[in-house]
Design a protein around this ligand. Structure first.
Ligand code: SF4
Length: 297
């Protein structure tokens, strides 16, 4: 008889696409903010935010070490870095002790999680194994951020990204295409590019905003919102790419919700990526776009 899986999950559990082969280790449940009006990841009652019991988490790490061989661990849920540095260090130390083959630990991170964490604390976390933080900036535009109740600003986002960078933790940033609707599309693209240029993250990806369970909640804070159509989304992506002055960032725009798949390094591949978007704008039939049914919404 096989042993029971060593980790208890409260569904639904989310992880970035690039953590598909990682062991997902919940150290918190839900999201400590949980007010973004476009996000329904943690709105079900069982996902109400709480830190998980430390002893329970440490015991799961010990059992996982006995049963599994993994090279990557993703600390869930929505913002594991909300935990105090001391507790995170205990978790990272236990992972190192019980799962010595782990090469990378990562987690989602809200900029607000780092307000009270110093660069030297973050360096301690990096030294203990935390190698990557996924930061959902969504936009660099303060008006867009306010309308969607992100609880962050250009400045708070930049400050967090800079701290992580200084500590040697790789930053994987998400920007949400279409989040400003037709009204704020241009400033959303321009200020998101400005934020990325200032932060120079190691990874940047974009995803098209979508509302699988309806727009009602979103419209409460953004009544004039008009979703971008396919053509307008490409124009916004083009404007974002034109504004990006990145030195060495892996860029991905290949989530299932995107019509057009873009992959490359910025800056080396900027001209090629821009040409792909231009083709999608001018000749959408020739640009090998995903069909609606392939977008996986
Ligand atoms: S901070 Fe992230 S997980 Fe939390 S509500 Fe906003 S988008 Fe969702």
């Amino acid at each position: 008889m096989s042993a029971e899986f060593p980790i208890a999950y409260i569904e639904p559990v989310f992880r970035p696409p690039s953590e598909a082969h990682s062991l997902i280790l919940p150290v918190t449940n839900g999201c400590s903010w949980n007010h973004c009006t476009f996000c329904e990841m943690y709105t079900q009652p069982q996902k109400k935010f709480r830190a998980r019991d430390e002893a329970e988490v440490l015991e799961e790490i010990r059992r996982a070490g006995q049963q599994l061989i993994v090279q990557r661990v993703f600390l869930a849920d929505g913002d594991a870095l909300v935990l105090p540095t001391r507790r995170l260090l205990n978790i990272l130390t236990a992972i190192r002790e019980h799962m010595p083959e782990v090469q990378r630990v990562s987690s989602y991170c809200l900029p607000r999680n780092l307000r009270k964490k110093s660069v030297s604390e973050l360096k301690e976390l990096a030294d203990a194994g935390l190698k990557m933080a996924y930061v959902g900036c969504e936009s660099g535009d303060d008006e867009v951020l306010a309308r969607v109740n992100k609880g962050e600003t250009y400045e708070s986002s930049l400050s967090a990204l800079e701290k992580l960078g200084e500590a040697g933790i790789s930053r994987s940033v998400m920007i949400l295409n279409g989040l400003g609707g037709t009204l704020l599309s241009a400033q959303h693209a321009d200020n998101s590019a400005r934020l990325m240029n200032a932060a120079q993250p190691e990874f940047l990806s974009t995803l098209v905003v979508s509302f699988p369970t309806g727009e009602q909640r979103f419209r409460q804070g953004f009544a004039e919102f008009q979703a971008l159509g396919q053509h307008e989304l490409f124009v916004e992506v083009e404007r974002l790419l034109q504004g990006l002055e990145l030195r060495d960032t892996v860029f991905r725009s290949d989530h299932a919700s995107n019509y057009l798949v873009l992959k490359g390094n910025l800056g080396a591949d900027k001209a090629r990526l821009l040409a792909q978007v231009r083709q999608a704008i001018e000749q959408p039939q020739a640009a090998r776009l995903r069909q609606e049914w392939q977008r996986g919404l």
